[in-house]
Ligand binder design. Structure first.
Ligand SMILES: [Fe+2]
Length: 286
C-alpha cells in the first residue's frame, strides 16, 4: 500500500512539513517540521507543530521518526518539540557533522558544543534502509545544496529536501558552506532517474504569479518541465546556478535557523539569567 501523505504549509517560511503514514499499521514519520519564530520579537511558537500534533492524534498515529532532509537555513526545526510531545527518533544525514563543524566556528560555540552529530538520535548514510511501520524507506544522499542533504524514498513518495523545487521555480541554491552546484546537478540526475510516476514531495514552494503552493509534483513532470533541468547539461547548470547564487541575499532566518538546527531543534542553552539567546555574527564594522 502506498504511504498516506499529509502536507502542512508553513507560510512564513514557504516550508512544507510532511506527515507520512503507513496505512497498514498507522505508524508515521514527520519530515522537516517547522517551528514558528518571529525575528523581530524573538518569540518562538508552535502553531504549525501543534497542527501536526492534532493531525497525529486525530489519525491515531504512532510517530516513529522525525526526519530532517538537512540542516535548514530558512526555518527553525520543531523536531525536539515534536519529539517531546509525540516521541520518535530524530534523524538527519551523517554530513551534519561538516555543517556543525563549520557553524560551531562561525558562532564560536566552544567545547560545550559537540560536532559529532550526537544531538541527533540517528545519522543516516547513503543507501541505508529503515521502516515506518511496514513501509520500507531508502535513504539517498543528495548533496549539493548542503553537504548533509538527504532524500527519503518511501514507496512511490520521494522527499527531496532542497534539491529541486516546483517546475516553475527551479532548484536550490548552492552557495552555503559545503554547497556544490556540480554535486547538486548529480543529485538531481539521481532523483530524475527514478520512476516517472514517483510522487516528488517538495520541501518548499515559492509560488510565482499568485498560484497556490504545490506540495507534490509527479517526477515525470519535473523531468519535462523544471526550468533549471529542461535542455540543461551539467556545465550549463553549474554556470547558471553559480551566477544566480551570486545575486541572492542571505536567507531571512539564516542565523537563528542554523543555531537551532545544528542542535537538532534544541534551543541554545540559557545563560546565567535563565534566558536563551541567539547570536548574529557581525560582518564589516569600522
Ligand atoms: Fe535548505
Amino acid at each position: 500500500m502506498p504511504p498516506l501523505l499529509t502536507p502542512f504549509f508553513h507560510a512564513p517560511t514557504f516550508t512544507w512539513t510532511w506527515v507520512v503514514e503507513d496505512p497498514a499499521t498507522h505508524a508515521a514519520a514527520i519530515v522537516d517540521p517547522a517551528l514558528d519564530y518571529d525575528p523581530k520579537s524573538g518569540q518562538v511558537g508552535t502553531l504549525l507543530a501543534d497542527a501536526v500534533i492534532a493531525h497525529v492524534h486525530a489519525r491515531g498515529l504512532a510517530v516513529q521518526w522525525i526526519l530532517e532532509t538537512h540542516a535548514h537555513a530558512d526555518h527553525l526545526t520543531a523536531a525536539q518539540y515534536l519529539k517531546q510531545q509525540l516521541g520518535g527518533t530524530v534523524a538527519i544525514g551523517a554530513g551534519i557533522v561538516a555543517v556543525q563543524r563549520h557553524f560551531a566556528g562561525v558562532f564560536n560555540l566552544g567545547g560545550d558544543f559537540a560536532t559529532d552529530g550526537s544531538q541527533f538520535d540517528h545519522r543516516f548514510v547513503d543507501g541505508e534502509r529503515f521502516r515506518i511501520g511496514a513501509l520500507d524507506v531508502e535513504v539517498l544522499a543528495t548533496p549539493g545544496h548542503t553537504p548533509d542533504s538527504l532524500s527519503y524514498r518511501v514507496g512511490d513518495a520521494l522527499f527531496i529536501g532542497d534539491t529541486l523545487f516546483a517546475p516553475d521555480v527551479g532548484s536550490a541554491r548552492c552557495d552555503f558552506p559545503g554547497g556544490d552546484a556540480a554535486a547538486l546537478w548529480a543529485s538531481i540526475q539521481r532523483i530524475l532517474a527514478l520512476p516517472g510516476d514517483t510522487r516528488i514531495c517538495l520541501a518548499h514552494d515559492y509560488p510565482p504569479g499568485g498560484r497556490e503552493p504545490r506540495a507534490i509534483v509527479p517526477l515525470q513532470e519535473m523531468r519535462t518541465r523544471n526550468l533549471h533541468v529542461v535542455g540543461q547539461d551539467g556545465d550549463g547548470y553549474v554556470a547558471m546556478r553559480t551566477a544566480r547564487d551570486a545575486t541572492l541575499a542571505a536567507p531571512h532566518l539564516l542565523w537563528p535557523s542554523l543555531q537551532v538546527n545544528i542542535r537538532a531543534g534544541h534551543l541554545p542553552p540559557p545563560e546565567a539569567n535563565g534566558r536563551a539567546y541567539l547570536k548574529v555574527p557581525l560582518a564589516g564594522g569600522w
